[in-house]
Design a protein around this ligand. Structure first.
Ligand code: NAD
Ligand code: IPM
Ligand code: MN
Length: 347
């Protein structure tokens, strides 16, 4: 297979530690992948005002097969403008409409719930990734006065809702999963929820072998914490998907464990751990690299290197079972040492 080109953006905080660690693991698999690292981050923005260079998104789409991102967010940039332009820029301007966030418990000891075993937590959240309140439409009137008004508009298009719901059913079919659950707040947000409800029924009819289910998002949170084994594939909007995947990460052992891909089939897609830059952890060699390493495995699978991806997943599982991990999940190793152990297991 020809060499694949991957653009790497470590970003801020612990992104600068977990991404190099994950790259070493990818290299250990021998997968034919070339990495090109870009310094887009808070440091770069504070130095010369660049968030993403002009033509940056076209360049990524034209010259690369995938993008591997750490995290963006830094207390020195309180507006978060660089994260918005780089991270949300990739999702929106490159039209990466399906944010795929697998939720898999690797070892019983990592789950905060009593008696919950690995076979009880194995589902995938598909988060709509290009619409909702994230589109940055809205405004402020009479700012700073007692009569101030702030609006933040929630965009839901027929095409956007339909394509992400269809993506969820296609993923269920491809992975041999049996159920797709759509979650919204259609009891209150009737316009947006009504569209999601109607489109969900229409698309579901094309997949008669797959069971469908609906939950309001508040009830979904309750069920996720009480009985996660009932879930298989969950599809929801941008905002709810953001919130429920932090909760879902806790079921897997915390944010340090959660992986994700931002996908548009056939286009250059972007892979990033679910966690952020965790400023209090940065520069201390304590961040868990597994979220980033599992994300790299997802990326390799997406690029057509299924065997290499599987080797990484097996090595991660061994690390977790043998407690060769960072302290957030019960080990005693640093970021680098935990990744090195996985490198050894891959080899
Ligand atoms: P965060 O995910 O950075 O950290 C929250 C907590 O989760 C940490 O305090 C830590 O306890 C735990 N955690 C996260 N990653 C971990 C890891 N690898 N190992 C061990 N523990 C880990 O979220 P936050 O503190 O709300 O946000 C910090 C900054 O990151 C903000 O600027 C935010 O906007 C940004 N952010 C960026 C992304 C992204 O780039 N994809 C995602 C989330 C947050
Ligand atoms: C995530 C993050 C981002 C989001 C932020 C940093 C913009 O929380 O990837 O989950 O809200 O999508
Ligand atoms: Mn989030």
């Amino acid at each position: 297979m020809s060499k694949k080109r991957v653009a790497v953006v470590p970003g801020d905080g612990i992104g600068k530690e977990v991404i190099p660690a994950a790259l070493k693991v990818v290299e250990a698999t021998g997968a034919p992948v070339d990495f090109t690292t870009f310094d887009w981050s808070a440091d770069r923005y504070l130095k010369d005002g660049t968030t993403i260079p002009a033509d940056g998104f076209n360049m990524l789409a034209r010259d690369f097969d995938a993008i591997f991102v750490g995290a963006l967010g830094d207390p020195r940039v309180p507006t978060n403008i660089h994260a918005k332009e780089i991270l949300l820029g990739m999702r929106f301007k490159m039209d990466l409409y399906a944010n795929v966030r697998p939720v898999k418990l690797l070892d019983e000891t990592l789950c905060p719930l009593k008696g919950v075993k690995p076979e009880h937590v194995d589902f995938v959240v598909i988060r709509e990734n290009t619409e909702g309140p994230y589109v940055d439409a809205g405004g402020v009137l009479k700012q700073g006065t007692p009569d101030e008004i702030a609006t933040q508009e929630d965009f839901n298009t027929r095409k956007g809702v339909e394509r992400v719901i269809r993506f969820a059913f296609e993923l269920a079919r491809k992975q041999g999963r049996k159920k797709v659950l759509m979650s919204d707040k259609s009891n209150v947000m009737t316009f947006a929820g009504g569209l999601w409800q109607r489109v969900f029924k229409i698309v579901a009819a094309e997949y008669p072998e797959i069971q469908t289910q609906h939950m309001y998002v508040d009830a979904l949170c309750m069920h996720m914490a009480r009985d996660p084994k009932q879930f298989d594939v969950i599809v929801t909007n941008n905002m709810f998907g953001d919130i429920i995947t932090d909760l879902a990460a806790a079921l897997q052992g915390g944010l340090g464990m959660a992986a994700s891909g931002n996908i548009h089939p056939g286009k250059t897609s972007m892979f990033e751990p679910v966690h952020g830059s965790a400023p209090p952890f940065a520069g201390k060699n304590i961040a868990n690299p597994i979220g980033a390493i599992s994300t790299a495995a997802m990326m390799l699978e997406h690029l057509g290197f299924a065997q290499e991806s599987e080797r990484i997943n097996k090595a991660v599982l061994a690390a977790v079972q043998q407690k060769k991990t960072t302290s957030d999940i019960g080990g005693t190793l640093g970021t680098k040492e935990a990744a090195e152990w996985i490198v050894g297991a891959v080899r």
